[in-house]
Design a protein around this ligand. Structure first.
Ligand SMILES: Nc1ncnc2c1ncn2[C@@H]1O[C@H](COP(=O)(O)OP(=O)(O)OP(=O)(O)O)[C@@H](O)[C@H]1O
Length: 208
């Protein structure tokens, strides 16, 4: 379980999040709220990419900051945009991320190939990322998040810019993973989740 206690985030003098408290258990929670409410900010704080200005993040009851290495080993995170090393192939990029996560090479190769296949990148796995389309880059950015069977998966707009069929495959993978993981995600395409079971955590902009 991931727990946020009275989380606040301020950029300069601008408060973006204030008093956010919530427990996230196994399964999918979709973070909703109007543009600018702080959804991506909340995901970055949960993914330990940023530190909150105030409040606490707990993972399995322990402060995340005291066990950050352990937390990150259990984490898969796909932000909206990744600056890829364009000279690597998609497969080499996956293996690089897998190595950072501490996966043995054999398991890394097997998982990377399975994920690339499921996200429709198998044929292009050995092609340079420089040659990938925008949609292929998005799918690669998502694929890396699933490496290492994450216990916590954080996805910012995972199906944005994908066609309906590919978006459906991505949602299948997300909900399969959510059977054994805490999944937090944003999406402007909530209709595409019709028929699936998930929680909603709605956040609203702080009144000026
Ligand atoms: N690093 C930063 N420095 C300064 N302001 C920031 C920073 N990151 C986000 N903000 C501001 O925080 C607010 C919340 O941004 P955020 O991207 O989290 O919103 P969001 O709910 O995800 O929006 P959207 O639905 O449009 O993606 C915005 O006003 C944004 O300009």
């Amino acid at each position: 379980m991931l727990e946020l206690i009275d989380i606040g985030q301020t950029y300069g003098k601008k408060p973006v999040l204030q008093g956010v408290s919530r427990q996230f258990g196994q399964g999918v929670t979709v973070i909703t709220g109007p543009s600018g409410a702080g959804k991506s900010t909340l995901l970055r704080l949960c993914a330990t990419v940023e530190k909150p200005s105030s409040g606490q993040r707990l993972w399995q009851g322990d402060p995340v900051k005291s066990r950050v290495k352990r937390f990150r080993a259990a984490l898969g995170y796909a932000p909206q945009r990744i600056d890829f090393p364009d000279d690597l192939s998609g497969l080499d990029f996956m293996l690089h991320v897998a190595a950072l996560k501490g996966l043995p090479l054999g398991a890394a190769k097997a998982q990377a190939n399975t994920l690339l296949d499921r996200l429709g990148l198998a044929r292009d796995a050995s092609g340079r990322i420089a040659t990938y389309s925008g949609g292929m880059r998005r799918r690669l950015g998502l694929a890396q998040a699933f490496l290492g069977d994450p216990q916590i998966l954080i996805l910012d707009e995972p199906t944005a810019e994908l066609d309906t069929v590919t978006g459906g495959h991505v949602n299948d993978l997300i909900f399969e993973t959510a059977v054994r993981a805490v999944v937090l995600m944003t999406t402007h395409l909530q209709d595409s989740l019709a028929g699936r079971t998930f929680d909603i955590f709605d956040i609203q902009p702080i009144a000026a």
